[in-house]
Design a binder for this molecule. Structure first.
Ligand SMILES: *Cc1c(COP(=O)(O)O)cnc(C)c1O
Length: 374
């Protein structure tokens, strides 16, 4: 099946018992057994639930994985992946990974003895240099947030294979419609499904797909042990969101390209960060089908930031991303406020940097909101 069909019919499609075309919400915690120990394959909903399983099969199909997992949030998914490691293990993370990922590695797992180094993963050499005798995994995000830096997944996977490390790719910004890390050699792909996969800013969830049975068994053991599962109602909502992923992503990309090109022409815009505009990007074109819906841009003054933010009619001033509605934020004051100012400066996250999650509205209306001088 081609992707556009898979996104509609992948996973468990409909309900065999009644013919219902959507998967029912199995709002149950437990399952009746015929005799002691003789069950239907479901015993208890932390371990397995048919609605969640339909979603898990769907993400496995879309990412081309061996098995999928649905968690209560993107962070629950990432934390469960980190629980595959033990005290004394070393991991390498990107130096501008999602703030919550950095926080859980730096403040939670480091207390449990898992050590890390944060490196600029856009250079494969940096990763190679950071590998130690106890390194077990590399976690990368591409494009990164908010500066849209790209990492060559296939090149990183070569180092990972050579050094026997797990390669984990956070594919939240791209979705499997635009980028499939497992096909490029990653072992685990993780999503904040809260963003594009759900697509409607109405559910917080995490999804994972893994490439082997051995990894699937280990991760299921962690998921069942720690209980970081997604409930059946949210699982259903997420399936509903994913069914229109291909349609939405096409419009997100089309709108974002037009807006990025328009921003480039504005005298008050100092820099535009959108992968599709960078001539160096051709090198990575093989890994991404299109460039997604996220744009960051730096404006000439604080005054311009204030003008744009104070007169929004269509775009919503909010954190998060990936919904059908356009969302705008100032990373230095919002999503990245907890990053120390010197580190923000070093990373290039200026106070005049604006991040836009381009929605699927009419592009003219979004652009009208971005004009600071009307
Ligand atoms: C939002 C986000 C997360 C965290 O996901 P939650 O669903 O908010 O827990 C992880 N990675 C990236 C890239 C994100 O944007």
């Amino acid at each position: 099946m081609k992707f556009n069909t898979l996104v509609i019919h992948g996973g468990i499609d409909g309900d065999k018992a009644t013919g219902a075309v959507t998967v029912p919400i199995y709002q149950t915690s437990t399952y009746k057994q015929k005799a002691v120990g003789e069950h239907t394959g479901y015993e208890y909903s932390r371990t397995g639930n048919p609605t969640r399983e339909a979603l898990e099969k769907l993400i496995a199909d879309l990412e081309g994985g061996y098995r999928g997992f649905a968690f209560g949030s993107g962070m629950a998914a990432l934390s469960s992946i980190l629980m595959l490691f033990k005290s004394g293990d070393h991991i390498i993370i990107g130096d501008d990974v999602y703030g919550g990922t950095y926080r859980v590695v730096d403040k939670v797992f480091s207390h449990l003895g898992i050590v890390y180094d944060a490196v600029d993963t856009t250079s494969v050499d940096n990763i190679r240099k950071a590998v130690k005798h106890n390194t077990k995994a590399i976690i990368v995000e591409t494009p990164s947030n908010p500066l849209m830096k790209l990492t060559d997944i296939a090149a990183v996977s070569e180092i990972a294979k050579e050094q026997n490390l797990l390669l984990v790719v956070d594919n939240t910004f791209m979705t499997p419609y635009l980028q499939r890390p497992l096909e490029l050699g990653a072992d685990i792909v993780v999503h904040s499904a809260t963003k594009y996969l759900g697509g409607h800013s109405d559910v917080v969830a995490g999804l994972v797909a893994v490439n082997t049975e051995a990894l699937a068994e280990k991760l299921h053991f962690v998921q069942n042990s720690v209980g970081a599962i997604l409930g059946p109602q949210d699982s259903w909502l997420l399936i509903k969101g994913i069914r229109t992923l291909a349609l939405r992503m096409d419009r997100h990309c089309e709108n974002a390209t037009k807006i990025a090109q328009w921003l480039l022409l504005q005298t008050w815009v100092k820099k535009v960060y959108y992968p599709g505009l960078d001539s160096k990007v051709t090198h990575y074109e093989k890994q991404m089908k299109d460039y997604g819906g996220m744009i960051s841009f730096e404006v000439a003054s604080q005054d311009i930031v204030d003008k744009i933010m104070s007169d929004l009619k269509v775009i919503t001033l909010a954190e998060s991303l990936g919904g059908i509605e356009s969302l705008i934020s100032v990373p230095a004051k919002m999503t990245h406020a907890s990053v120390p100012p010197e580190k923000r400066q070093a990373l290039g996250i200026k106070d005049t940097l604006i991040r836009l999650s381009v929605g699927v509205e009419d592009v003219e209306d979004i652009i009208k909101d971005l004009r600071p001088f009307i």
